[in-house]
Design a protein around this ligand. Structure first.
Ligand code: DX5
Ligand code: ZN
Length: 219
């Protein structure tokens, strides 16, 4: 059960302090958006490099950008320990995943809510994580899409068939009332933006989320 708070809902003017508030988390999730793949613009490589420098947690970069083939490995070289790109945007996902791993990071692919995973199941041997989006990518604070749980189950089943330790991440609307369903469906990495950073005590929110995910598995 790994919790990866998204700094999209944090104070961008003080990212170092914002990340230290959730130092009890497992990762810190950084959303890179280019205003082409998604209708929003956030941060890019220079800011991710700066976050890596100050973060006590390993950085989990989520690239919502066109042409990730060109950029993904640079995020790994910048020090992100996990780099996830969208299959909808990639031209050569195998080469891109290999380039991320060659640069020393975990490689992940993300699928938008309308994108089925089955056509991409052949990528699993190249991957360390699959991100099942539980909102349309682009903005924090949206409502959780419960209809994506079937996809989480299908991804987990495909991974189990393969017998590899590939992580399943969910991102979007993950909060106290939804995280249990994600865990029960087979997710083990939970991104939460507003549920963490809009809480009075973000660190306590991380602990509560982790406990609720574990409870859903009867752990
Ligand atoms: C949305 C981003 C998410 C976002 C989640 O496209 O990928 O990481 O920060 O925010 P919440 O948890 O508020 O839905
Ligand atoms: Zn994200």
């Amino acid at each position: 059960m790994l919790i990866s708070p998204s700094i999209l809902s944090a104070d961008f003017a003080d990212l170092g302090a914002e990340i230290r508030r959730v130092r009890n988390a497992d990762w810190v999730h950084v959303d890179v958006m280019d205003n082409h793949f998604v209708p929003n613009l956030t941060i890019g490589l220079p800011v991710v490099e700066a976050v890596v420098r100050v973060s006590p947690l390993p950085v989990d970069a989520h690239l919502m950008i066109d042409d990730p083939d060109r950029w993904a490995a640079s995020y790994a070289q910048a020090g992100a320990r996990s780099v996830t790109f969208h299959v909808e945007a990639a031209h050569d996902p195998v080469a891109t995943a290999r380039a991320i791993r060659a640069a020393g990071a975990r490689a992940g692919v993300a699928v938008k809510p309308g994108t089925p995973f089955e056509p991409y199941a052949g990528l699993l041997p190249e991957l360390d994580m699959v991100l099942v989006m539980t909102v349309e990518p682009g903005f924090g604070g949206q409502s959780f899409m419960a209809d994506q749980m079937d996809k989480v189950r299908a991804v987990r089943a495909a991974i189990d068939r393969l017998g590899r330790d590939v992580w399943v991440q969910v991102d979007g609307g993950v909060a106290e009332d939804t995280i249990g369903r994600c865990a029960a469906a087979g997710a083990n990495v939970f991104v939460a933006g507003s549920a963490v950073y809009r809480a009075k005590d973000p660190g306590a929110a991380v602990t509560r989320l982790r406990d609720l995910a574990a409870a859903a598995l009867g752990a």
